[in-house]
Each structure stands twice: as structure tokens, then as C-alpha cells.
Design a protein around this ligand. Structure first.
Ligand SMILES: [Zn+2]
Ligand SMILES: [Zn+2]
Length: 262
């Protein structure tokens, strides 16, 4: 399986995962043109895509959905509640475009086993995903207020973890966001802080884990170096070898991570 975080952050999210048989995107929160460019940048071909998985209906996850799904005739994999929310805001999609993928279900898509799980976020019914192929496992989880024990079970000992590190709590508290928005972000249905991300990683990193990607960083309330340093420090203090065993990787709002193979 090969993968790249094409873009990540509150301005737009998209993730590519491919095998011999299938090529999927998780979320398409940028314009179609931008996403097509990012896919070519990692050496893949947008005309070879086979489907789009949706975590939830916020615009930074579905901005390119309508055009991309129709242009390449791609099935959209979404749970029913998220699909209804999408249909309210995106008029030119209809039920022909969707393949319902309910929370907690496991589906074989080509030679990839995809499993969804529920997460806590202020959307209709948000999900995270795990992908399994040839004994390897990759987990993708962003946009969540906290990491439940159930989520930890799902993503435990993944070879690759793409995990939200949205904000630094102090930067957010001192920043210029209105109080209501700060409270929303900090709440159980908001976003994971750098510290909360690291605390969860301590519990889910296992002997197989090699790569962690810090995702969905806030432009206003975080910095790449700060997120990376905070996570490294907390994991290091917990005895996890972040110098050689587990790599902590950055993601970017506008450029893809190098296509990696596992
Ligand atoms: Zn988001
Ligand atoms: Zn969201």
C-alpha cells in the first residue's frame, strides 16, 4: 500500500491511498483542480481513482466533492447521516453517487480492507478509517475532540498513523478567536491539541508503528515546529524512541507528503 497526505489543515484536507488494485481518496476539501495537481505531484493519475471516502461534511473535507465525483464517475463512500448533510449543501449530487458505508462497518474495496469507526466532532456522524493490506495497517483520524478507548482499540499498533494535532492550547487561549469558537475547538466535539494527540499516541503506538503524520494543524493556533517538538517531547518522556524507531512527520496545507510505501 502506498499513501500520501495530499493536503492537511483547516483550509482543506485530502489523503491518497493506493494498492495494486485500487486508488482512493479520503476527503476532498480543496478545489478539484488543486486535488488533481496534488495527485500528479506524487506521480499518480487522477483518471485512475476508484472512489472517495468521506469522514464528515465540513467544507474543508468536501469542497471538491461534487466536481471530482462527477468528472471521474467516482463512488462516494459515506454514512447515511453524513450523506444527508452533504446533500443539503451540495445540490448537484444525488443518491446514484453514494455507496453507503456506515460507521463501524468493514468493507473490502479491491484488495484493501477498509474499516470505519465513530469519532466525536461537531458534524452529523463523523468517522475515522483504518486500512489493511498484506498484513499492514494504516489509520487516519482527524477532526475529533478526544480519543476514546474505542478509537484507541481501532487504531492500536498501526504501521502508519495519520493523527490530528490541531492546536497548541496556550496559543489558542491567548489568540484572537472569539470565546465561543475557542470553547468549541477545546470541547469534546472540537479538535485535538498537540498534547492530546501525543497522549493518545503513547497508548496506540505499538511494535509495528513506524510512521506518525501530524495532521490538520491550525494556521492560527499552531506551528509545524511547535507541534512536532511537543509530540516528540511527550513521546520521548514516555520512553518511545522518536529518534530512530518511530518517525514523526509533518503535513502541510498546500503540499503533499512524499508518496510512501509500506
Ligand atoms: Zn476539518
Ligand atoms: Zn470538521
Amino acid at each position: 500500500m502506498r499513501y500520501s497526505v495530499l493536503a492537511s489543515g483547516s483550509t482543506g484536507n485530502s489523503f491518497f491511498i493506493g494498492t495494486e488494485e485500487i486508488r482512493l481518496l479520503v476527503d476532498v476539501g480543496l478545489t478539484t483542480k488543486r486535488i488533481e495537481g496534488l495527485i500528479r505531484e506524487i506521480g499518480e493519475d487522477p483518471t485512475q481513482l476508484n472512489g472517495i471516502l468521506i469522514t464528515h461534511e465540513h467544507v474543508d473535507h468536501i469542497r471538491g466533492l461534487s466536481v471530482l465525483a462527477r468528472r471521474y464517475e467516482l463512488p462516494i463512500y459515506s454514512n447515511q447521516a453524513t450523506w444527508q448533510a452533504i446533500r443539503k449543501s451540495v445540490k448537484d449530487l444525488d443518491d446514484r453517487h453514494v455507496q453507503i458505508f456506515e460507521t463501524g462497518e468493514r468493507h473490502q474495496l479491491g484488495d484493501l480492507v477498509v474499516e470505519s469507526f465513530g469519532i466525536s466532532h461537531d458534524a452529523a456522524e463523523p468517522m475515522g478509517f483504518t486500512f489493511a493490506h498484506q498484513g499492514k495497517k494504516l489509520s487516519y483520524v482527524t477532526d475529533l475532540g478526544y480519543v476514546s478507548e474505542k478509537i484507541k482499540e481501532n487504531i492500536f499498533n498501526s504501521d502508519v498513523l495519520v493523527m490530528e494535532a490541531n492546536h497548541d492550547v496556550e496559543l489558542l487561549r491567548m489568540g484572537r478567536y472569539p470565546w465561543n469558537l475557542k470553547r468549541r475547538i477545546l470541547g469534546d466535539s472540537g479538535h485535538l491539541s498537540n498534547e492530546a494527540c501525543a497522549d493518545a499516541l503513547i497508548d496506540v503506538i505499538g511494535s509495528a508503528t513506524r510512521q506518525v503524520y501530524l495532521a490538520h494543524l491550525s494556521k492560527e493556533n499552531n506551528m509545524i515546529d511547535l507541534a512536532n517538538m511537543t509530540v516528540r517531547q511527550i513521546l520521548g518522556e514516555a520512553g518511545i524512541d522518536v529518534e530512530s524507531k518511530v518517525q514523526i512527520n509533518d503535513t502541510h496545507p498546500e503540499k503533499p507528503t512524499a508518496l510512501d510505501q509500506l
